[in-house]
Write a protein that binds this ligand. Structure first.
Ligand SMILES: [Zn+2]
Length: 166
């Protein structure tokens, strides 16, 4: 598996299917096949509901991290190694969500130079987990992110990261 499916993708596909069903419904209504038009409209509604309120079922997937922009998946055991384009450096620079005490960590994507926040959700309690993790905001990396990642790389002797971020 290399591509993964995020909450945003589910929304997008839900919307797309709604449009397809609604369009088809409109077309058959032109031919006055009303029962079919109604059925298609119901499917359009269901697609939207699934898109917005649906949850991800990825119990069959292995645990790992993916960049929501690039969608390249890295299994947990290969993260932070020399080939990995994802760098987890947030051991000490995480924030804690006030409402439930969830720890949210940042990671750096070396491919698109974005920093994404993620939290461990191995049992998919949020319903939005992708391969064991829930994802939050993705932003362009800042000087602060770089210096945090650099500090982490120096601490752990990740020479390839030091070279890349220099
Ligand atoms: Zn990326």
């Amino acid at each position: 598996m290399s591509k993964v499916y995020f909450k945003k993708d589910r929304l997008r596909y839900g919307f797309l299917w709604m449009l397809i069903f609604a369009g088809a419904s409109y077309l058959v209504s032109l031919f006055e096949i009303n029962w079919l038009a109604t059925t298609l409209m119901i499917f359009a509604g269901l697609s939207l509901i699934t898109g917005i309120f649906g949850t991800n079922d990825d119990t069959g997937n292995s645990v790992g991290i993916a960049c929501p922009k690039c969608k390249v998946f890295h299994p947990m055991q290969s993260l932070n190694d020399i080939e990995s384009t994802i760098y987890l450096y947030g051991e000490t620079v995480f924030r804690t969500r006030k409402s439930d005490g969830l720890n949210i960590h940042p990671f750096l994507c070396l491919k698109c130079k974005n920093v994404t926040e993620y939290a461990s959700d191995l049992n998919n309690l949020s319903g939005h987990a992708v391969c064991g993790y829930e994802y939050f905001e993705t932003k362009k990396m800042t000087k602060k992110n770089i210096s945090d990642a650099m500090a982490f790389a120096k601490l752990h002797g990740h020479q390839h990261i030091i070279e890349t971020l220099k």
